[in-house]
Design a protein. Structure first.
Length: 76
């Protein structure tokens, strides 16, 4: 059986490939492009924010703004 990547793994791969600034909208788009189809926009944004926070804890992203939330790739 094939391994299905987690939301944070999908976003991490994209952050490592493209770098730059990351916000909820860009992350929702990344997850959507990878096939994630949530029931609502709110669910998609919640999954995106959760993935961004996880990647920040791992050191892949650095939070640069609170509202609206924005992160910068650290190139770690």
């Amino acid at each position: 059986m094939a391994h299905t990547p987690t939301h944070s793994q999908i976003v991490a791969r994209s952050v490592q490939t493209h770098g730059g600034m990351w916000n909820t909208t860009r992350t929702v788009t990344t997850l959507s492009d990878a096939g994630y189809r949530p029931a609502t926009r709110r669910a998609a944004e919640k999954a995106a924010r959760r993935a961004l926070r996880k990647l920040a804890r791992q050191g892949l992203l650095l939070k640069v703004q609170d509202r609206p939330v924005e992160y910068r790739a650290t190139n770690a």
